[in-house]
Design a binder for this molecule. Structure first.
Ligand code: KIV
Length: 277
């Protein structure tokens, strides 16, 4: 079913039921206007902790706080009426214990109106995911390149090559067992992504993975050409809005300095007696 034909936002179970069907469409969003732009076209929108790098200029996602995720979640929620919203649990808000994860995930759900949370980790997060799901919090898992672990992964490298593929398969099986309704596969070899997709009963959402995944996600500022600090191989730029924005700002600066802006159509007449309106 296309997002435009849908009456209300899908639930996690609707997303799960799309396994093997028409690919799920998803993008990240951090603000109300961007959420409005994508609402009719996406099955779910992710308020990703990439917000830290994309909107706040942080060097990684590690400095993102729960308060930031809640604030951006609230903004995105106001822009959505068709797509489901998933909000990322930031670094340090869930890894300590299942109880810590529940306390913080419950805040995210209650204060943002999210349909689900996403957290990073496979086997290591199995118990936590099961704990949340059993207590009413739908969880999307995220395995492969998990940016919150760059310090132990040694950078933003492709994950699961060669023998490491077995561990990633084990991660996918663990999050499925724990009750996650979908799993993001980030930056893994195409053949491994296809194998995991065939193996697990929940939808796989690829980013730098394979067209054979059950859905795809991209960071919206990457695909619109708004985030230009670097471009990952897996990003396709569908527009160059960053370049266009800079041209617009340069034109404005030129016109202001030449006293061409504001023009007569942008200023107000004075209706006072004796003055031209
Ligand atoms: O934070 C994010 O944007 C993400 C996506 C890249 C999946 O987790």
């Amino acid at each position: 079913m296309s997002a435009t034909a849908r009456k209300s936002a899908p639930l996690p179970d609707d997303i799960r039921a799309r396994k093997g069907g028409v690919p799920l469409v998803s993008l990240t969003a951090y603000t109300t206007p961007m959420a409005q732009v994508m609402d009719a076209h996406c099955d779910f929108v992710l308020v990703g902790d990439s917000v830290g790098m994309v909107l706040h200029g942080l060097p990684s996602t590690l400095g993102v706080t729960l308060e930031m995720m809640i604030l951006h979640g609230q903004a995105v929620r106001r822009g959505l009426s068709h797509a489901m919203m998933v909000v990322d649990m930031p670094f340090g808000s869930y890894e300590e214990s299942p109880a810590q994860a529940f306390r913080n995930a419950a805040r995210v759900m209650a204060e943002t109106g999210a349909g689900a949370v996403k957290l990073e980790g496979g086997v290591a997060m199995e118990e936590t995911i099961a704990f949340l799901v059993r207590r009413g919090i739908p969880v999307m898992a995220h395995i492969g390149l998990t940016p919150q672990s760059i310090n132990t992964l040694g950078g933003y490298k492709v994950q699961g090559r060669g023998a490491a593929g077995e561990a990633l398969l084990a991660d996918a099986r663990a999050v499925t067992r724990a009750g996650a309704f979908a799993v993001v596969l980030e930056k893994v070899p195409e053949t491994l992504a296809d194998l995991i997709t065939a193996e697990v009963e929940i939808p796989t959402i690829g980013i730098g993975a394979s067209a054979g995944c059950d859905g795809q996600i991209l960071v919206v500022d990457d695909m619109l050409g708004l985030f230009t600090a670097f471009k990952a191989k897996f990003v396709k730029r569908y527009a160059d809005l960053g370049e266009q924005a800079e041209l617009a700002v340069a034109a404005y600066a030129t016109e202001v300095r030449a006293r061409q802006f504001p023009g007569p159509e942008h200023v107000f007449g004075d209706a006072a007696p004796g003055k031209k309106a």
